[in-house]
Design a protein around this ligand. Structure first.
Ligand code: RP5
Length: 155
């Protein structure tokens, strides 16, 4: 899906080790038919690469960013510093502190640079929130969201 059309959602994660947890996000975007791009780069290990990717995202057609990271999870905030696009952060569950470290790192942003934040390992909800954000300017996506909610209620 990511290569078939201009990506509307940019997914960035801090490590390959985040991929299994983020698969639910990609699966949900696939189910919605939303094209996305996936980038793996850590805010701490590859800061220049993260900077360049975040700054270029809007110009490459993306409208929402999803950023997943664990531990001292600064990735979402760093990306938000470089782009006017909304950023949804996904705190990864961690072995030592259970993901509370990631969650607090992501939500405690300084005034002026917000990121939205889903639950620990809330990868699927990040994709749903991305559809809702895209839906603010697109009736077809709002219709898709209505259908998704109806399916849940009817199940
Ligand atoms: C973060 O550190 C990553 O997002 C990952 O959740 C965590 C551990 O990374 P690895 O040491 O497995 O690469 O940057």
């Amino acid at each position: 899906m990511a290569d078939e059309a201009t990506p509307l959602v940019g997914i960035i994660m801090g490590s390959k080790s985040d991929l299994p947890n983020m698969q639910a996000c990609m699966d949900q975007l696939d189910a919605f038919g939303i094209p996305y791009e996936v980038k793996i780069a850590s805010a701490h290990r590859k800061p220049l690469e993260v900077h360049a990717w975040a700054e270029g995202a809007e110009g490459r057609g993306m409208r929402v960013i999803i950023a997943a990271a664990g531990k001292a999870a600064h990735l979402g905030g760093v990306v938000a510093a470089y782009t006017p696009l909304p950023v949804i952060a996904v705190p990864m569950k961690t072995s030592d502190l259970g993901g509370l470290d990631s969650l607090l790192s992501m939500v405690q942003m300084p005034s002026g640079v917000p990121v939205a934040c889903v639950a620990i390992n809330g990868a699927k909800n990040a994709a749903i929130l991305a559809l809702q954000m895209l839906g603010t300017g697109n009736e077809a996506y709002r219709d898709q969201m209505r259908a998704f909610k109806k399916d849940m209620a009817d199940a």
